[in-house]
Design a protein around this ligand. Structure first.
Ligand SMILES: Nc1nc2c(c(=O)[nH]1)N[C@H]1C(S)=C(S)[C@@H](COP(=O)(O)O)O[C@H]1N2
Ligand SMILES: [Mo]
Length: 320
């Protein structure tokens, strides 16, 4: 068995928000100092530890999640799981420097009438860009509230025109050893693969995200395009997607291959199905302090009204 954080012991309960950014900024400051870049950055109007941002021009707000308190931009972009850039929570933000997200094409393949390569600019025009504020829950027991900007995955499925044989959609992430240091190590079986049943892919909550907080997605969050499925554990949301393949048989996903007893195909957030090594009954919202209480985890991450019917008649203990 391969060694990686999700497989080793219980996830630590250290509060990320206070500790992580400070550590990142300290390291980055040291790097910038070493490279003599301090004056250059001051010159360009950026302060230390701040990345340039690019506003998304045309997107509309939506009513999704308006009542939620948003996790800060800093927490969302410095506390990440993106093992292609290392297994530490701060490593993705630190290690994405060489990773190029333009130009970018997504290849649509398999059981479709219209296989094709789609440039990221074309993909962003498949449907009106919309902000969706979603609760996100990691299998490790922490959660965030993230204002994504994206399009429904269904708009891409409609463009592809799946044949009658297509039952699942496989989403394959980039795996470039030259620019993704984690890919040079046997952390997982690269490339990272996730998949959905076709009806899950068509559900209106399922989006391809290209931005957050109205800005183009930062690399550490899966630029230029990543999957977001808010009723499932975070690992279903593959980042930096390069191929979308329509298939007849249920794909073996990366985490199923890594640890089939621990990570099932469905990965629906379910407080009554514990991870074999820890409880899933509660969660810790990132951005609190050490005294913040864990809150009860909700079935389907609180989206049961909208998605429970997808699993009618299924034994969700067996199909975890
Ligand atoms: N390609 C790829 N996608 C990935 C991962 C990864 O390691 N590689 N980690 C997953 C996990 S475990 C989580 S919780 C979310 C985290 O997304 P965020 O960092 O944008 O919050 O990304 C998911 N997508
Ligand atoms: Mo996760």
């Amino acid at each position: 068995m391969k060694g990686h954080i999700m497989l080793i012991g219980r996830p630590s309960d250290i509060t990320a928000s206070e500790i992580t950014p400070a550590t990142v900024f300290r390291k980055r400051r040291a790097l910038i100092k070493a490279a003599g870049l301090g004056t250059m950055m001051a010159w360009s109007g950026l302060s230390l530890g701040e990345e340039p941002k690019t506003k998304i021009q045309d997107y509309s707000k939506s009513s999704y999640g308006q009542e939620e308190k948003l996790t800060s931009y800093r927490d969302i972009t410095t506390y990440n799981n993106f093992y292609e850039f290392g297994t530490g929570k701060e490593q993705p933000a630190e290690n994405v420097g060489q990773f190029k997200t333009t130009p970018w094409t997504v290849s649509i393949e398999g059981e479709v009438l219209k296989p094709r390569k789609l440039g990221i600019e074309e993909l962003m025009k498949l449907a009106p860009l919309e902000e969706r504020i979603y609760r996100m829950r990691c299998v490790e027991g922490w959660s965030m509230v993230i204002p994504w900007v994206g399009i429904p995955l269904s708009s891409l499925v409609k463009l592809a025109q799946p044949t009658g044989n297509a039952k699942f959609v496989e989403l394959i992430s980039a795996a470039d050893p030259a620019t993704m240091p984690g890919v040079r190590a046997p952390i997982l079986d690269w490339p990272y693969v996730e998949a959905l049943r076709l009806d899950e892919a068509m559900h209106s909550l399922t989006i391809l995200a290209v931005g957050l907080y109205g800005e183009i997605l930062p690399a550490q969050n899966g630029a230029p395009v990543r999957l977001v499925v808010p009723w499932k554990y975070g690992f279903k949301g593959g980042k930096s997607i390069v191929r979308i393949r329509f298939v007849e048989k249920m794909p073996q996903t990366t985490w199923m291959r890594a640890a089939p007893r621990e990570y099932g195909f469905y990965a629906n957030v379910n407080p009554t199905v514990d991870h074999p090594r820890w409880s899933q009954a509660s969660e810790r919202r990132i951005g609190g302090n050490v005294f913040s209480r864990r809150t009860p985890t909700l079935m389907f991450n609180g989206y049961a009204d909208q998605v429970a019917q997808l699993y009618a008649g299924m034994d969700l203990r067996k199909h975890f």
